[in-house]
Design a protein around this ligand. Structure first.
Ligand code: LCS
Length: 401
């Protein structure tokens, strides 16, 4: 894939990276193009834009200058040729899956994914006769199992790494090689890492997805998604899905993500260092039986995480010895940590996957994915780590022995 690499370092590209000047005079920060439609100078210009013989903007569902800047920036940061911004992370996943597969097709996905993704795959795509085939990333020989599930109707492979909410690490290179052998794309949801910490396209993946709601936006104030990949694939997703199913992002939200992205590197550094501190502290806590954080030596895929990621990001899971009842007490007692779904915000967020983000899983699905009733997920924010640990300590103390 011809990528948009330049001579600058990652941190510099995160702040600058793209040229804003084509849409404005001399603004340091590009303006927000809040417009539904674009005026044509005359009939021929309008007709020309529609038949593709002339350049120009037509209508914001199809393209918008502010959204274009975000797409250009994300293509650069992920090392792809092109990108699409969508109204949500779920819209990005729907756009990719509905473009790549049709009636009678199947795909193979890890069973530890965001609960909304799981519901889309398991319940809604089935209505279009598109069948998911799930594998567990924690079982040994996962890749052999993936291979055994593939056939002539398998249209793509789908993984999240680190995975929501188990923090499993999936071997991108291994899955990409298998996808190449079958001439189908590997789709990687890179939401938990962000392009600053992990670049799936460099490891052989073919499409990257984000819930931009999370680390890309970074401030908990928007819902949006991204798809990044090679130019032909991105164009196909546009023409076969985006343009007429219509899940376009608002230019205002695109602008807020561009704003948030400028601090991605320093935010991810801080999220990662705080998460490691809190993970190490939780590992020694008497009320906690297990901590899942790829940065810990005790994580089963720590070495793979070290290979794939620059740092280990800001999300961890931990298992309470007291199970669901203990989780309930903890989540009712925290004060600084906010009881809310979502992740990747400046604020520390805490939630209970089995009853919240992954409530779309049946009991059997939860068991198969290794999501226990005692599992709590924590997205470390930018507060002082000592304050976060103090808050957790007080709340953990309220759990009965
Ligand atoms: N991919 C991942 C890995 C996610 O965690 C989420 C949302 C999505 C895609 C969907 O993105 P959205 O449409 O929400 O922008 N994850 C959430 C979570 O763990 N808690 O609340 C939302």
């Amino acid at each position: 894939m011809a990528t948009k690499k330049n001579r600058f370092s990652e941190e510099t590209n995160i702040v600058h990276g793209i040229d804003n000047s084509h849409i404005s005079t001399q603004d340091l920060v590009a303006p927000i193009h809040m417009t539904s439609t674009f005026k044509f100078n005359d009939f021929d210009q309008g007709a020309g834009v529609f038949d593709g013989s002339r350049q120009g903007y037509v209508y914001t569902r199809i393209a918008n200058p502010t959204v274009d800047l975000l797409q250009e920036k994300m293509a650069l940061l992920e090392g792809g040729e092109a990108a699409i911004a969508t109204a949500s992370g779920m819209a990005a996943i729907a756009a990719v899956t509905m473009t790549l597969a049709g009636p009678g097709d199947n795909f193979v996905a890890c069973n530890s994914v965001y609960g909304g993704t799981f519901a889309l795959f398991k319940d809604h795509l089935r209505k279009f006769n598109i069948s998911p085939r799930f594998v567990s990333p924690v079982k040994t020989n996962t890749i052999d199992r993936v291979a055994s599930l593939m056939d002539a109707d398998t249209r793509f492979l789908f993984i999240e790494t680190p995975a929501n909410p188990t923090l499993s690490i999936i071997n991108i290179e291994l899955w990409a090689t298998l996808a190449d052998q079958h001439r189908i794309p590997l789709v990687v949801d890179n939401t938990f890492a962000s392009p600053y910490l992990q670049k799936p396209l460099d490891m052989g993946a073919h499409l990257v997805i984000h819930s931009a709601t999370k680390y890309l936006g970074g401030h908990g104030d928007i819902i949006a998604g991204m798809v990044i990949g090679d130019g032909a694939m991105i164009q196909r997703i546009r023409t076969e899905y985006m343009d007429h199913f219509g899940p376009a992002v608002s230019p205002f939200n695109a602008w807020l993500i561009l704003r948030g992205l400028k601090t991605l590197a320093i935010r991810m550094d801080r999220h990662s260092s705080t998460a490691l501190k809190v993970a190490m502290w939780l590992e020694n806590h008497p009320k906690v039986s297990q901590v899942y954080y790829p940065g810990l030596g005790s994580h089963p895929d720590h070495l793979l995480a070290q290979k794939q990621m620059k740092q280990f990001s800001g999300i961890l899971g931990f298992e309470l010895k007291g199970g669901r009842a203990a989780a309930r007490t903890l989540l009712n007692r925290v004060e600084l940590c906010t009881l809310a779904v979502s992740l990747g915000d400046c604020d520390t967020l805490i939630q209970h996957p089995a009853s919240m983000t992954h409530s779309t899983y049946s009991e059997a699905d939860l068991r198969a994915a290794g999501i226990d009733q005692g599992l709590v997920r924590l997205s470390l924010g930018l507060e002082h780590p000592d304050d976060i640990m103090d808050d957790l300590e007080t709340a953990l103390a309220a759990i009965d022995d």
